[in-house]
Design a protein around this ligand. Structure first.
Ligand code: ADP
Ligand code: ZN
Ligand code: ZN
Length: 742
């Protein structure tokens, strides 16, 4: 769509995108100008020429048409890295639904001018002969301070201001005098912090045949412009990380940089160390626990070409590398790759898009690929690669399933089945390590009433409060807390209690049954502070504890070679979540948890405790049969037309009052019907409208929430439908959030 006006930002940084300026596009540039290009525009009262970036081309204007200035020229036709990121933002806006400003804020780095670190140096400004002449002169006049500085300058030409001040103990007045005399001048260097600590550089492994085959196959197409993304299905412990290091090294040889996405901060250190062996300080990290200054320094270093590999969570995707080689998405099935805020982008898709735009190569990898990605591979949209064997000779762990209903019948009411108890005892005797995985967090979980059946809920959020050991009840959404109630707030009954198993309760049970064991616990509560998850992981790896108890977080990708037993408690808990992906999540969690056992020299074993032993996600995860699971799951998805067999758009409406939310929901539903009515000819396929209905969490942070689902075969239909809705005038007090990749 050719527009008449260009919105331009002059100062390119995250915080300045709110201030864009509109210019008329001269007819001669109309065909050429694109979003992302650098342009020269008249600026200020004197119309001085300034350079800026086009963030949007539009045919609308809110200004007086006569008064809009015309832009001068295109500065650079070739898209600079800033332009590429702006183009990516435009794609994100169209694909996921947001304003251009929201999309730009996602993509552009935050700049932190305030906390920029600088180093001041003094440089010798005269030639050697003159310097020696001066030195003699100073000595004669007994200018001892000047002598000290000049001697050092003659020796090294450059001198840091810190040394002058602290070691030579020279006053600022003397420094000024030397500068005035033209003996030296000041130079200021930017200092960029590097969050990667120096470490021992151990040698890398030689790739085994399977790793080499995958690396060869992927790198073979490195120089092709048009290529498919790769999906690597490699069982747990097959050595995927080493393949990433190899690929990044091959790219670096060609002068190209790589981005490696990881799902979880706790994994950062482990991954960075593996890359460090190859890249030393040319590897860097980005994560939410870095300060603003540290973050902006990493982007600056990336732009300056000081980095070959950037490791981080989904936001690392926007590292401003102008010479991108690979984008690698590790554990690609993880839900943390989906943004929780607007625009609700999925890092996997954005990775593929960024790679298409720049000619980079994408490698998605997992032991349990998302059903969506595997579907793409089956359809030939991605190219499937496999690593079916573990590196270690022991192979995959033995997995057994324990039916907890039978344990109960036999009178065992503890959290450990008999088998698990015996195996724990055995491993402890052999001084091997154990991991216990619980699909949940908090102490008893929640409190509920045996008389009326109601659970104690957060007054703001309509979710159950978690009961903690210290007697507090906490809302994990909004942070509301209150003391433990002794009777039911709804009916007054005293029969109120907690029933579910939490990490703290398991810890207590372990200490009770195995008093000599050293135990670490990793969950939301023990990892709240900076670095705490890393400390727990490091301590466990150093064998400072025998047993690691934890939630989801201990499952993801960790490599603890001395763990030989993994116990999975309450395996079916994740089957109860109210989501069409619950079976997929369960299969992934169990397979990944099982994958933590027996990664070293000893064979591992895994015990899955469940109340649903016949469910296919549990049965097939015990066999580590991904293909089998995929087939079963696709039957269900196809029958229900859930993604990837169909497309669903979720529209979440939130407002301060319930009636506002209800009215907004109805208005949107009417809009959808209108849109559908006007394009029912769309291949004869009828869209399905579900809702509006209260959201799963119907009240959050004092906002009332309602959801609407629209289902259709094609993504394009839903995208058009969303754009139609976006054009309708919105009510200011109502927030509307679209989710296109449910
Ligand atoms: P994955 O990410 O596939 O689960 P990792 O990359 O963590 O597997 O590798 C599993 C283990 O095998 C790690 O301890 C790693 O150090 C080791 N490893 C990887 N590649 C090799 C190799 N070629 N030779 C020897 N050990 C290797
Ligand atoms: Zn009650
Ligand atoms: Zn709350």
């Amino acid at each position: 769509m050719a527009g008449k006006y260009a919105n331009v930002i002059i100062d390119i940084a995250h915080e300045s995108v709110d201030h864009s300026f509109q210019y008329r596009i001269p007819a001669r540039l109309m065909d050429e100008l694109q979003t992302g290009m650098e342009v020269a525009v008249p600026f200020g009262a004197k119309n001085r020429s300034r350079n800026g970036y086009v963030i949007e081309i539009t045919s609308h204007t809110q200004y007086d048409k006569e008064k809009i200035k015309e832009l001068y020229s295109i500065v650079q036709k070739k898209m600079a890295i800033e332009g590429q990121l702006i183009q990516l933002a435009a794609w994100i806006r169209d694909r996921y639904g947001s304003t251009m400003i929201q999309a730009l804020k996602t993509v552009l780095p935050v700049r932190d001018r305030m906390r920029q670190l600088e180093e001041k140096q003094y440089v010798l400004a005269v030639d050697e002969e003159r310097a020696h002449a001066l030195l003699g002169e100073y000595r004669q006049k007994k200018y001892t301070a000047k002598v000290r500085v000049l001697e050092e300058l003659i020796r090294g030409r450059v001198l840091s201001s810190k040394i002058v001040r602290e070691k030579l103990k020279v006053s600022p007045a003397t420094v000024d005098a030397l500068i005035r005399d033209g003996v030296m001048y000041t130079k200021t260097n930017q200092l960029y912090r590097n969050p990667v600590e120096e470490a021992q550089k151990e040698p890398r492994y030689h790739l085994n045949a399977a790793q080499q085959a995958v690396a060869d196959k992927v790198h073979h197409v490195f120089f092709c412009r048009q290529k498919k993304p790769f999906l690597l299905h490699g069982v747990t412990g097959s050595g995927k990380t080493e393949v990433y290091v190899e690929l990044a090294a091959l790219a670096a040889k060609e002068g190209k940089s790589s981005i490696v996405l990881i799902p979880e901060i706790a994994l950062t250190r482990q991954t960075v160390l593996r890359f460090y062996r190859q890249f030393g300080s040319r590897v860097s990290v980005l994560h939410s626990k870095l300060s603003k200054g540290e973050r902006s320094d990493q982007f600056q270093r990336a732009k300056n070409g000081e980095i070959d590999v950037m490791i981080g969570p989904r936001s690392a995707l926007f590292t401003p590398f102008s010479n991108l080689g690979y984008i690698i998405v590790d554990e690609e099935h993880e839900t943390s790759y989906k943004s929780e805020t607007i625009p609700r982008y999925h890092a996997r898709e954005v990775a593929v898009r960024r790679a298409e735009m720049t000619g980079a190569t994408v490698l998605l990898a997992s032991a349990t690929p998302s059903v969506d990605s595997y579907y793409c591979a089956m359809q030939g949209v991605y190219e499937l690669l496999e690593m079916k064997e573990r590196i270690s000779k022991q192979g995959l762990a033995d997995v057994s399933i324990v039916d907890m209903r039978r344990e109960l019948l036999r009178g065992n009411r503890s959290v450990f089945s008999r088998v698990l108890y015996e195996q724990m005892q055995e491993r402890l005797n052999k001084k091997q390590q154990i991991m216990l995985f619980i699909n949940r967090r908090g102490y008893h979980g929640f409190l509920s009433c045996r008389s009326c059946g109601k659970a104690v809920k957060c007054p703001n959020c309509d979710v159950t409060l978690s009961l903690h050991n210290d007697g507090r009840m906490l809302c994990h959404y909004c942070g509301y807390e209150q003391p433990r109630v002794m009777s039911c707030p709804a009916c007054g009954s005293k029969y109120i209690g907690g029933f579910r198993v939490g990490t703290q309760q398991v810890e207590e049970q372990v200490l009770k049954w195995f008093p000599a064991a050293k135990v670490l616990r990793m969950d939301m509560d023990t990892t709240r502070s900076k670095n705490s998850s890393e400390q727990i992981v490091t301590a466990f790896r150093k064998k400072e504890a025998d047993i690691l108890i934890g939630t989801q977080m201990i499952v993801k990708g960790h490599d603890f070679p001395d763990v030989t037993l993994v116990g999975i408690l309450a395996a079916d808990m994740s089957l109860q979540i109210n989501d069409f992906r619950s079976a997929e999540r369960t299969f992934q969690l169990l397979t990944q948890a099982a994958g933590r056992a027996g990664r070293g020299k000893e064979k591992g074993s895994v015990i899955i405790q469940t109340y649903n032993p016949e469910h296919y996600s549990i049965r097939l995860s015990a066999k580590q049969d991904y293909e089998g699971f995929y087939k079963e799951e696709m039957k269900f998805r196809s029958m229900m037309r859930y993604p990837p067999a169909g497309n669903v758009m979720e529209i979440l409406v939130s407002a301060d009052t319930e009636s506002l939310a209800v009215r907004a929901g109805e208005r949107i539903a009417a809009g959808i019907r209108q849109f559908c009515g006007s394009c029912l000819s769309d291949g004869g396929r009828t869209p399905v409208l579900i809702g509006p209905a209260p959201a799963a969490i119907s009240k959050l942070n004092n906002k009332y929430r309602r959801v609407i689902y629209v289902r259709h075969e094609t993504e394009l239909f839903l995208q058009k439908c969303r754009m139609y809705l976006e054009r309708q005038t919105a009510d200011e007090d109502v927030q509307i959030q679209y989710d296109m990749t449910l």
